[in-house]
Structure formats: C-alpha cells, structure tokens
Write a protein that binds this ligand. Structure first.
Ligand SMILES: *[C@@H]1O[C@H](CO)[C@@H](O)[C@H](O)[C@H]1NC(C)=O
Ligand SMILES: *[C@@H]1O[C@H](CO)[C@@H](O)[C@H](O)[C@H]1NC(C)=O
Ligand SMILES: *[C@@H]1O[C@H](CO)[C@@H](O)[C@H](O)[C@H]1NC(C)=O
Ligand SMILES: *[C@@H]1O[C@H](CO)[C@@H](O)[C@H](O)[C@H]1NC(C)=O
Ligand SMILES: *[C@@H]1O[C@H](CO)[C@@H](O)[C@H](O)[C@H]1NC(C)=O
Ligand SMILES: *[C@@H]1O[C@H](CO)[C@@H](O)[C@H](O)[C@H]1NC(C)=O
Ligand SMILES: *[C@@H]1O[C@H](CO)[C@@H](O)[C@H](O)[C@H]1NC(C)=O
Ligand SMILES: *[C@@H]1O[C@H](CO)[C@@H](O)[C@H](O)[C@H]1NC(C)=O
Ligand SMILES: *[C@@H]1O[C@H](CO)[C@@H](O)[C@H](O)[C@H]1NC(C)=O
Ligand SMILES: *[C@@H]1O[C@H](CO)[C@@H](O)[C@H](O)[C@H]1NC(C)=O
Ligand SMILES: *[C@@H]1O[C@H](CO)[C@@H](O)[C@H](O)[C@H]1NC(C)=O
Ligand SMILES: *[C@@H]1O[C@H](CO)[C@@H](O)[C@H](O)[C@H]1NC(C)=O
Length: 442
C-alpha cells in the first residue's frame, strides 16, 4: 500500500513552513536602533574648530566659553549654541548677543571621573543663569562671585560628592534650587532657606539633612520638597502663611506631632505628601477648604480618628493614600468615588472597616467589613481573605458591574495559542502515525 501522496506533501509543507518559522524572527528585525543612536554620538575626531558656517545669520559662541566647555570635556566640534542637539547629554542654551553669543544654561551629566571644575572655567561661564549637575561626582569648588550673581537655577543630583549649607547659602539669587541624592551637611534648613530669599521652588531630598522645618519660609515659595531626610520636630503652624504653595513633600523624615489645624489656609496646594513620618492626631477638618488637591499621601504615620468624608467632594483628587495609620470607624467612601481615583489606599488600618452593603469585597481595600456596630468583623476564614490582607497593593479596578472586564482579556490570547498548539501538534502526530503505518503496511 502506497503512502497517500496528499499526506506526504502535507508533511513536506509542514516541514518547510517549520523552517521558515524558525528563521523568521531575525528577518523581522528592523534596523531601528541605529538611526536613533548615531546622531547622539559626539564626533570626537575633530574637537577644536567652532565652525558652523551653515547658520551665518547667528554669531558663534564666545571663544572663552568654548575653551571652558572643552576644559570640562564637553565635545565642541559643532557650535553648541547653533546645534544643541549634538550635545544631548549636556544641554545648552545661549543668548543671541553679538559678536559672540553666551551660554545661559548648561547641564553636565554623566561626567567621567577625570573631569574637574576649575575656577577659571567657571569664571568664563559667569553668564549662566541655570547650571545643572546630574551624575557628576566631581569635587565641588567655590563658585566665582560673577557666577553666583548670575545663577537663578541650580540643580545637583547625585553630583558634587558632598555640599554644605554654607556653600549653598551663597547662591543668593536663586529662584530654583534642586539638590537630591547628595549629602548636605548643614546645621538645620534655616542656614540655607534664611539666605536664599528669592526662592520659589526648593528641593533638598535624600540629602541626610538634619534640623527641623523652618518657622519662617519665603512667602513666595510654590514648591517645597524636603523628602527623605532626617528632619525632626513638628510641622510649624506658620506653614499656613505659604498661600502660593502648590506642592509640599515632607515624606520620609522624623516629623512628630499633629498636622497643624491651620493647614487649610494653604489654598493653592495641589500635591501633599507627609508620608512615612511619625505624625499623630487626626486629619484636620480645615483641609476640606483646599479646593484643588490632586495628590494626597498621608500613609505610614500614626494618624487616628475617622477618615474625613470631605475627600470625596474634592473634584480634582486623583491619588489618596491613607494606608498604614490608626484610622478607625467606617470608611466613608462609595465605589464610584474610589473608582474615579487613580490610586486609593487605606490598608493597614486595623480598626478601619467598610460597609459591605455599600462596597463590594471585590474592591480589595485591605480592610475588613464592618459589623452592625461599625466595628471590623474578625476576618472570616474564606478564600477571599488571603488576597485581602496584602494591604497596600489594592487593585480595586475589578469587576463590579459596569466598567469591568479588561482583566478578562488576559486569558484570551493564551487560550488561543494553547488551542492552536494542541491542534497543530495533534495533526503532526497523526501524519507521522499515518506515514509510519503506511510504511509498516507497505
Ligand atoms: C566627524 O568629523 C570628520 C572630520 O571633521 C568628518 O569627516 C566626519 O564626517 C564627521 N562625522 C560625523 C558623524 O559628523
Ligand atoms: C547617564 O547614563 C545612564 C547609564 O549609565 C543612562 O541611563 C542615562 O540616560 C544617562 N543620562 C543622560 C542624561 O545622558
Ligand atoms: C557631558 O559633559 C561631561 C562633563 O563635562 C563629559 O564628561 C561628557 O563626556 C559629556 N557628554 C557628552 C555626550 O557630551
Ligand atoms: C543678585 O543679582 C543682582 C542683580 O542681578 C546683583 O546686583 C546682586 O549682586 C546679586 N547678588 C549676589 C549675592 O550675587
Ligand atoms: C545618608 O547617611 C547614610 C547613613 O549614614 C548613608 O548610608 C547614605 O549614603 C547617606 N546619604 C547620602 C545621600 O549621602
Ligand atoms: C558636618 O559638619 C560638622 C562641622 O561643621 C562636622 O563636625 C560633622 O562631622 C560634619 N558631618 C558630616 C557627615 O560630614
Ligand atoms: C514675591 O514675588 C513678588 C512678585 O513676583 C515680588 O514682588 C516680591 O518681592 C516677592 N517677595 C519675596 C519675599 O521674595
Ligand atoms: C503633582 O504630582 C504629579 C505627579 O503625581 C505631577 O505630575 C504634578 O506636576 C505635580 N503638581 C505640582 C503642582 O507639583
Ligand atoms: C515625595 O517625595 C517622594 C520621594 O522623594 C516621592 O517618591 C513622592 O512621589 C513625592 N510625593 C509627592 C506628592 O510629590
Ligand atoms: C489620637 O491621637 C492623639 C495623639 O496621639 C491622642 O491624644 C488621641 O487620644 C487619639 N485619639 C483616639 C480616638 O485614639
Ligand atoms: C458617591 O459619593 C459621592 C460623594 O459623596 C456622591 O456625590 C455620589 O452621589 C455617591 N454615589 C453613589 C452611587 O452613591
Ligand atoms: C451600611 O449601609 C446601609 C445602606 O446605606 C445602611 O443602612 C447601614 O446602616 C450601614 N451600616 C452601618 C454599620 O453603618
């Protein structure tokens, strides 16, 4: 008995299509990475001439400043004023003065170890209004007075090894100060803030800063971030004077005491984090008067009392984290409010519970349902419980009727793939079996 030719050709086709399958992935590879990476590579072969004759209308960078950039290891084969994209990592901005242009802003990032700041170079760069160091662990030096007078914005992220309060306090014309991931040795924040009277935005984070939150802050401040330091003491009630304050981040410090009752005077506030301190007492009623709150993080403190219902009336609120505190009583929010938020966390409050005739257990809030007295029911030995007691990672977007089901889609593709795989392999198996059978027969 001959093997059926149809089956043989099927086998052949399968064989060939198999090989093409295994070859196809490298063929599919498109040459995407190379065009994006090549323009960012500096042309190191020529590093002197500031020529860019193409744009004859604008003048070239001041040769003194060009030499200063070269001494900082910044490639200047192309004029950084006319072609700033060539210096992607070291962004520059220039004025348009004649005969030579001058640098207004400079960012040094990812410096190599052999780069050193020199007083002469910085003196040549005294037109800078903005100076940024990002990942440049070079030694700091005393800035020339001209540069100090000119600087309006100074950023130091994981750079300059170590700074002191006195060093920063000299930069008196700053409106923006950002220092992060750098040790700042200062006898309190006032050394810095008391001298920088023009500041509008200040970030000194993850800097091991000690002392307390100063009682007298510049009234024009819009952003204050002292997160990740070792600040101690209470939040001064005089903070209510900062009526322009839009964001306040005092998270991850050692602050104690209550949130000042005057907090509601901060009428411009949008982002607030007091997370990971040792604050106690209740959330002040006055916060209901802050109209534009977007982001509220009070997690990981010892706050107590009931959770204020007024949060649900805040139209812009997107992020509410009250987890890991000592709140008690019935959680006052309904499902439509909770689903409106991007982040909502209340887990880790052992005396807090939810009304199960208002909220479904599928919301996975990380707290127990209430009994009829408004006290948490002791957790039932049900299977749901295991998923409920991992507190903070609430994915409450589960199905509760209307806007559900996007989780279900995950099962779709994998089931189809599995089905196809099983189908294909059983066809192959059948063919092999038939071929063997026919050989054995014939
Ligand atoms: C680099 O500079 C050399 C000499 O000036 C020039 O011939 C070459 O085209 C340049 N390469 C790039 C990528 O700009
Ligand atoms: C600095 O280098 C890191 C990798 O070492 C890279 O991920 C990052 O994008 C670089 N930053 C800049 C601003 O070039
Ligand atoms: C950016 O500046 C730093 C410090 O001067 C230098 O080490 C680095 O090579 C520069 N990177 C680029 C891409 O120009
Ligand atoms: C701040 O800037 C003004 C005007 O630009 C200048 O007169 C003053 O000396 C500067 N202050 C410091 C401390 O450099
Ligand atoms: C802060 O202090 C700790 C312990 O003394 C140290 O490990 C950490 O590196 C310091 N942080 C900075 C930014 O220097
Ligand atoms: C900070 O400065 C004081 C004196 O100004 C010094 O005693 C102390 O050791 C310094 N701390 C650090 C971490 O450098
Ligand atoms: C606050 O800003 C206003 C205008 O922006 C300015 O006139 C005033 O001097 C500033 N006050 C302080 C204390 O910096
Ligand atoms: C508030 O925080 C969000 C990120 O959570 C950020 O995009 C926004 O710019 C911040 N707004 C202010 C005023 O700081
Ligand atoms: C506060 O700072 C921390 C750490 O620096 C950051 O993770 C968090 O997003 C900030 N929160 C707000 C509301 O700005
Ligand atoms: C809340 O905490 C404050 C300060 O620790 C305390 O005085 C008060 O008795 C507590 N209230 C409740 C209801 O636990
Ligand atoms: C949920 O609470 C909000 C705010 O309290 C309220 O406006 C809304 O009507 C409530 N929705 C339902 C379905 O009860
Ligand atoms: C839970 O909500 C229902 C319906 O709104 C209400 O009748 C009941 O009293 C609430 N339970 C508690 C313990 O507050």
């Amino acid at each position: 008995m001959e093997p059926p030719p149809l089956l043989l050709s099927l086998l052949l086709i399968l064989c060939f299509s198999n090989t093409t399958f295994s070859v196809s992935p490298p063929v599919v590879l498109s040459p995407t990475p190379s065009p994006t990476s090549s323009p960012s590579r500096p042309n190191s072969s020529s590093s002197t001439s500031p020529s860019s004759p193409s744009s004859s209308s604008s003048s070239a960078l001041d040769p003194k400043q060009l030499r200063a950039l070269q001494s900082l290891n910044i490639p200047t084969s192309k004029d950084p004023c006319t072609q700033p994209t060539l210096l992607q990592n070291n962004i520059t901005r220039c004025d348009s003065s004649k005969p030579f242009r001058h640098l207004l802003s400079l960012r040094l990032s990812n410096c190599s170890d052999d780069v050193a700041l020199s007083f002469t170079a910085l003196k040549s760069l005294s037109t800078l209004q903005s100076l940024q160091f990002v990942n440049c662990p070079i030694a700091p030096i005393r800035f020339p007075a001209d540069l100090v007078a000119s600087l309006r914005s100074f950023t130091c992220i994981s750079s300059l090894r170590k700074l002191t309060g006195v060093w920063l306090a000299r930069l008196q014309n700053l409106t923006d100060l950002t220092v992060s991931n750098v040790q700042v040795n200062a006898s309190g924040t006032f050394v810095i803030l008391g001298n920088l009277k023009k500041l509008k935005s200040v970030t000194i984070s993850h800097a091991n800063l000690t002392g307390s939150v100063p009682k007298h802050l510049n009234l024009n401040l819009t952003h204050v971030d002292f997160s990740g330091n070792r600040l101690k003491g209470r939040i001064p009630s005089s903070i209510n004077m900062l009526e322009n304050l839009e964001s306040l981040n005092l998270s991850s410090n050692g602050l104690v005491g209550e949130i000042p009752t005057s907090f509601g005077d901060l009428i411009s506030l949008r982002n607030l984090s007091l997370a990971s301190n040792s604050l106690s007492g209740s959330v002040p009623e006055s916060m209901s008067a802050i109209p534009g709150l977007v982001h509220v993080d009070l997690s990981s403190n010892q706050l107590n009392g009931t959770i204020p219902k007024y949060f649900s009336e805040m139209k812009s609120l997107k992020h509410l984290n009250l987890a890991n505190n000592n709140f008690h009583g019935i959680m006052p929010f309904n499902a439509s409010f909770i689903k409106r938020l991007v982040v909502f966390k209340v887990g880790g409050n052992t005396n807090l519970c939810y009304n199960h005739s208002v909220l479904s257990s599928k919301l996975k809030l990380g707290i127990a349902p209430c009994d009829k007295h408004g006290l948490p029911l002791s957790p039932p030995p049900a299977k749901e419980d295991s998923s409920e007691d991992d507190t903070s990672d609430s994915d409450y977007a589960d199905n509760d009727g209307d806007d559900s089901a996007h989780k279900e889609h995950h099962h779709g593709p994998s089931k189809v793939v599995l089905g196809v795989a099983i189908g294909l392999s059983s066809i192959v198996f059948l063919i092999v079996f038939l071929v063997l059978l026919s050989k054995w027969c014939g």
